[in-house]
Structures are given as C-alpha cells and as structure tokens.
Design a protein around this ligand. Structure first.
Ligand code: B12
Ligand code: SF4
Ligand code: SF4
Length: 338
C-alpha cells in the first residue's frame, strides 16, 4: 500500500522549525516509534492517530561544556545547557504545535524536560526524545545512551512534537558507528557509576539494533542533583557535602535530601538560577569525544590552535591535565569496530 504524504507541508514544517531557531530538524515515523517504545509511552498513547513527530534541537554552546570540563564553572552549562535551553525549546514546541493545529492537524505538546507527576513509570517522559531523534534520522545513540549527531556530537537537547499531519519521515536511520567511536570516555567519566554496558540496553528500531548503556535513575539523580562530593572532584563548584545514597527514596526522603541535607551553596544556586537540578552533572555529555571533536571541526582554520582545543580537563587534585584515554575494547566490540 502506498502511503500518502504531504510534501509541501513537510517542507513548510521544516522551514518553520528553522525559523523558530531549531538547529536540526527531522521527521520521525510514528509507526517506527510505536513499535520501538514501551506501552504507555508510544506516540499512539499520547496522540491517537499520530502519524509523525517533528523533531527539533538546540545546540549547547561548546564553551558552556568546555569551561565545565576544566572545573572552573558549571553555571554556564546549568543555564545554557539546561534551564534556559529548555525554556527556548518549550517556546519552539509551543509555536510548532500552534502552527500545525492552525492547519487543522492535532498535536500533543510535551515539555522539554522532566516526566509528568504520576507518570506510570519512573524515569520515562511521555515520549523519549532521544528515540524520536534517532527515528528522524538526524541522530544515533552513543554508547552513553545520549542521541548524538554528526553536526554537534553529544552537545544538544532535543524535542519532538507528535502530530496527525501526514509528514514525510526520514528514509534512512543513522548507524551508531556513524556518530560514536566507542572510546568510552562517557562511561569512564560518569562519577555516579550510573551507566553500565554489562550488558548494554538493546533497542530495535526499523531494521536496526542499537546498544547503549543502561542508566540507573537513582544513581544519576543522586549525583546530578549535587548530593555527592564525587561528582566534579577538583572543580571549584564541586558539592562539599555528601548526602547518603538511598535506593528508591520515598518522596519525604527525597525532599529532605534536596532541601535539608544538601550543600547549601548548591541549593541556593539552584533556586536563583532556576536550574532545578544543581550540578546537573552532564559529564557523560561534556566528556563525549564526539562533541569535543565536532567543536574542533567547526572552528575556522585560523582558530584551531586556540580556545578549548588543547583537551585539558580538571583532575581530582585540582590541576589541569590532558585527557587520558579510557580502556576502549568493549566499546569498539559493541559497535563492531574491534
Ligand atoms: C527521565 C530522563 C532522564 C533520567 C533517565 C534517563 C534515560 N536514560 O532514560 C535520568 C535522570 C537518568 C536522566 C539523565 C540525563 N539526561 Co535526561 N531525560 C529524561 C527524559 C525526561 C525522559 C527519558 C525517557 O523517556 N527514558 C525512558 C526510556 C525511553 O529510555 P530507554 O533508553 O528505553 O531505557 C533506559 C532506562 O529504561 C534504563 N533501563 C532499561 N532497562 C534497565 C534495567 C536496569 C537494571 C537499569 C538499572 C536500567 C534500565 O536504561 C535505559 C537506557 O538509558 C528525557 C526527555 C524526554 N522526554 O525524552 C530527558 C533527556 C533524555 N535527558 C537528557 C540529558 C541531556 C540528560 C543528562 C545529560 C542530564 C542533563 N544534564 O540533562 C543525563 C544523561 C544520562 C544518560 N547518559 O542517559 C536529554 C538528552 C539529549 C540528547 N542529546 O540525547 C533529554 C532528551 C532531554 C532533552 N529535552 O533533550 N534523564
Ligand atoms: S549525568 Fe552524570 S551521573 Fe548521570 S549518567 Fe551522566 S555522567 Fe553519570
Ligand atoms: S564518549 Fe565515546 S563512546 Fe561515549 S558516546 Fe561519546 S563517542 Fe561514543
């Protein structure tokens, strides 16, 4: 059976996404995601009759991540990699939803961050934007589980607007090895021990199988909300207080951890900057080679020896040293590169 797509509308939607400031735009086939995602969290569950998802992204400025790799400041990333970026993305989602609804199609706008209170499963958004970005053919999974692009590596946040509009989806999905080289800097630098490739999580989409690290929600949250002094050892912004790790904390325990027990400096910075997540870690993103290399590729030739191209990163003793490669055999094997 031939499926009818509206190519003129598809072109209009892509142009609109660019006009709204999206760095990359792609269309994901809802059927592909219905088959790949868990019940309750599929496009069909959030929008009956959903045919496509408009996937958009905003690049995280390299400087925000690079200054954090050096242990000097995390607040640039907190804002321009997280809080403010999410606000911009919400603006883009809102405009794109209206654009489609005004043309007579249904949409479900889903915020750029967080899962709904009372969601049927912990750690799940209404739709996984990483999977949507992969289905839209603009990204593939890095071994860190983050959706990486050829243009920016790990350094972007994604959103997707599900719609009933008959938009033409991507014809080809990217392979993992097109964006990730298996270097394992991401897993090696996860100070919360939240990422594990033994065994990896497997996700089937279309004719492809993607493998990436399982992420432990509680461990990641504990670290990224600034409850551990291990997160950015040696960095000026590292939390000074260790709050004991509790598996599956109750709501009351979690409240106390955040608002009574946590390093006061972290708590205060979170309020004033509305970052809603303290250090927000992001090491698996900041240390990802694909992002750092993409930054170097984009630099003009006369800029390649300046800025952050020297690969220096903060050490636990507070000194700056060149990044030391991680053992990478497992990463290469998983991507078929060994
Ligand atoms: C909930 C959530 C989290 C949770 C869970 C993450 C996860 N892997 O799913 C936690 C708090 C851990 C988290 C952390 C981070 N997040 Co987050 N997060 C989300 C959110 C709101 C929903 C994701 C979702 O639906 N996941 C559920 C399903 C679909 O994931 P899954 O791959 O099928 O399965 C995972 C889990 O089920 C788990 N799992 C499965 N089986 C098992 C078994 C065992 C035993 C265990 C332990 C785990 C496990 O591991 C799997 C692999 O990660 C999205 C926004 C959105 N709506 O998409 C942002 C999002 C994924 N986060 C994002 C980012 C950037 C981060 C962080 C860097 C923190 C930060 N500063 O923002 C880290 C990165 C951690 C990592 N490497 O995965 C970005 C990613 C952008 C990109 N380029 O890909 C998103 C898309 C937000 C956005 N708008 O851009 N996040
Ligand atoms: S955000 Fe930090 S703690 Fe969470 S998975 Fe990434 S590196 Fe680990
Ligand atoms: S750090 Fe290396 S292995 Fe990890 S996602 Fe990035 S490129 Fe892939």
């Amino acid at each position: 059976m031939t499926i009818a797509y509206d190519d003129a509308l598809t072109a209009e939607v892509k142009a609109k996404a660019q006009e709204l400031g999206s760095c990359l735009v792609g269309i994901a086939d809802a059927e592909l995601l219905n088959a790949a995602l868990t019940e309750n969290f599929r496009p069909e569950d959030v929008l009956p009759g959903c045919r496509a998802l408009v996937v958009m992204s905003l690049h995280i400025p390299d400087g925000a991540l690079e200054i954090m790799r050096r242990g000097k400041a995390a607040y640039s990333y907190n804002l321009f990699g997280y809080a403010y970026l999410n606000r911009e993305l919400d603006f883009i989602i809102y405009r794109m939803s209206n654009f489609l609804e005004e043309r007579g199609y249904a949409t479900t706008p889903i915020p750029a961050r967080g899962a709904a209170v009372g969601a049927p499963k912990k750690g799940y958004g209404m739709i996984s934007y990483r999977h949507a970005a992969v289905a839209a053919g603009i990204a593939s999974f890095g071994l860190n589980g983050i959706a990486l692009t050829k243009e920016y590596g790990s350094r972007q946040r994604f959103v997707a607007v599900p719609t009933t509009a008959p938009l033409r989806p991507a014809e080809r999905l990217l392979d993992q090895a097109e964006v990730c080289d298996g270097c394992l800097e991401c897993i090696g630098h996860c100070s919360g021990g939240a990422l594990s490739l033994n065994p990896p999580h497997e996700c089937k989409m279309g004719d492809k199988v993607y493998r990436y690290a399982r992420s432990d929600y509680d461990k990641c949250i504990h670290t990224s909300r600034g409850l551990s002094s291990k997160v950015w050892q040696g960095a000026a912004f590292n939390p000074k207080v260790d709050v004991p790790f509790v598996e599956n904390p109750t709501a009351a325990q979690y409240y106390d951890q955040l608002w009574r027990d946590r390093d006061g400096a972290v708590r205060v910075s979170e309020n004033s900057e509305a970052t809603y997540g303290a250090t927000l870690c992001g090491r698996c993103m900041a240390f990802c080679t694909a992002g750092h290399e993409a930054m170097k590729r984009r630099l003009r030739d006369d800029q390649k020896q300046t800025g952050y191209t020297d690969d220096l990163v903060i050490q636990p003793d507070g000194s700056l040293q060149p990044l030391k490669p991680q053992p990478r055999q497992l990463g290469k094997e998983l991507l078929g590169l060994a």
